[in-house]
Design a protein around this ligand. Sequence first.
Ligand code: CA
Ligand code: CA
Length: 151
Amino acid sequence: MRRTPNLLAGLTALSALAALIWLQSSRGSRAAKPPPPVAAHPPTTAPPSPGAERTKTALERATARYDTDGDGRLSADEWTARHAALVQQAADNLFLLHYDLDHSARVDPAEVNTFLDWYRAGSLRADVNGDALVNALDLQAMMEAYQRQPR
Ligand SMILES: [Ca+2]
Ligand SMILES: [Ca+2]
């Protein structure tokens, strides 16, 4: 009868010791694990896509065209000139889209006459500068865009 409590106490102590050993071994095994590998960049042996090559080539050409001091970079002034050229190109493209009725890549005198008909009628087709008004400013914008066309 007196042995049972000692046996239970011994079993409890043994269980506690086993739990402590297990706990320490699991901590130890966690500490012994090597750190996770650092993610490396994927190999760069794959060739660039054709679209990426075209974009790179176009960017290099644009840089070369507007790099007036030839340092291989676009300065703020060179960038501003490039931006102004792009805005002008967009305006010229819009001019052709609206007034080059035969899609010849040029507004010719017959198309200017059609524009003048629209202008006299007050049609918004004659709103060259896009301000929702048809007035002398549109005549001026038409003449400037017409004369700016490559010969
Ligand atoms: Ca035309
Ligand atoms: Ca206008």
